[in-house]
Design a protein around this ligand. Structure first.
Ligand code: F6P
Length: 356
């Protein structure tokens, strides 16, 4: 008999349900008796011992369902040692509930912050297996996270839609894609959608270079320019500021980087600029077929690790193989777009500007 606690933490994404289904299906299929304790709304559910008992049938029919059947919330790692509003010690409560319910392990699905807390629980002696979810694809230790391909599809579709209206109007269109710290989503959706300019957090841009590209297109007789901008894109000027100064500037700015850029382009060129922000749509809806397969594979391996009693790992994807990666190695690291990566070079060969 295996008693498994399961939770989804942080921002949701597509294929969370598919991944959980993969874990439970694998365990049930092995013939092992399982009890699944589904903690509600992420770590919060574990802290307050708020759970529902789930059976195999609860995981039936959810392969294609977006969101998470467990609900999710953010429990920032930097506040993990601060007491709850009721004065509870979060880590101690999670340990206490784990022991009280006699759990064999926790299956934790989440992104970067979630992995820091999962690793902390491992250090505290709990058995943990994690699965890499996020539309940002920024988790270290895995070439791919589930949710990413689905979000690429949605963000690409947004750029595709903008393309048709852009060609009618001859304007500059900015599409703001999710990703505060890393630009994988913007880079992939931008290339898939045929964006002319792609601005990423990892490659600070010069607004004059952006305008240069727009004018170059004008001269060639192209009626419009499409700019894919990551939420966390940063100008060279801002990148030169200290962290504190930049934070202050962001507090003052109130609008996102796309609107700031739109205003600068308008001021400097007098051109009409429009901004589109698909926002949380990018995390919504049904997972794409790739993510359904991928999340199922990751879930199956997580189930396999549990059957073998191997804990302290994230199940990831490296060189086209499903692998286990030590949680200790994953926690606290981000997988950035390398400005010297071949995909950036190839994009530049295609004539895409990164504003650098
Ligand atoms: O981490 C995933 C993510 O979707 C980011 O791309 C985005 O910046 C952020 O979450 C949005 O968070 P929230 O749902 O808290 O607004």
């Amino acid at each position: 008999m295996k008693r498994i606690g399961m939770l989804t933490s942080g921002g949701d994404c597509q294929a969370l349900n598919a991944a959980m289904r993969g874990v439970v299906k694998t365990l049930v299929h092995s013939g092992e008796e399982v009890e699944v304790y589904g903690f509600q709304d992420g770590y919060k559910g574990l802290i307050y011992c708020n759970f529902q008992m789930l059976t195999g049938s609860d995981f039936s029919g959810i392969l294609t369902k977006g969101g998470t059947i467990l609900g999710t919330s953010r429990t920032p790692f930097k506040m993990i040692d601060e007491p709850t509003p009721e004065g509870l010690n979060k880590v101690e409560e999670m340990k206490r509930n784990y022991t009280k319910l006699k759990l064999d392990c926790l299956v934790i699905l989440g992104g970067n912050g979630t992995h820091k807390t999962a690793n902390r629980l491992r250090q505290e002696g709990l058995n943990v297996v994690t699965l890499p979810k996020t539309i940002d694809n920024d988790l270290w230790g895995t070439d791919m996270t589930f949710g990413f391909q689905s979000a690429v599809d949605i963000a690409t579709n947004a750029i595709d839609c903008i393309h048709t209206t852009a060609s009618s109007h001859g304007r500059v269109f900015i599409v703001e894609v999710m990703g505060h710290k890393v630009g994988w989503l913007t880079l992939n959706a931008g290339m898939a959608g045929g964006a002319d300019i792609i601005l990423l957090p990892e490659i600070p841009y010069d607004v004059d270079k952006v305008i240069e590209k727009i004018e170059e297109r004008d001269k060639k007789g192209c009626r419009f320019t499409i700019v894919a901008v990551a939420e966390g894109a940063i100008s060279k000027e801002d990148a030169a500021l200290s962290k504190k100064e930049y934070k202050k500037k962001l507090e003052k700015r109130k609008v996102s980087v796309s609107y700031e850029l739109a205003e600068q382009i308008l001021k400097k060129t007098g051109r009409e600029v429009r901004v589109t922000v698909p926002g949380h749509m990018q995390r919504g809806g049904s997972p794409c077929p790739y993510d359904r397969v991928f999340a199922s594979r990751l879930g199956a391996e997580a189930g396999n690790l549990i059957l073998k009693g191997q804990y302290g790992f994230m199940v990831g994807y490296k060189n086209r193989e499903i692998v286990k990666v030590s949680l200790e190695d994953v926690a606290g690291k981000l997988k950035y777009v390398d400005p010297d990566a071949s995909i950036i070079k190839e994009a530049k060969l295609l004539g895409i500007s990164f504003g650098d």
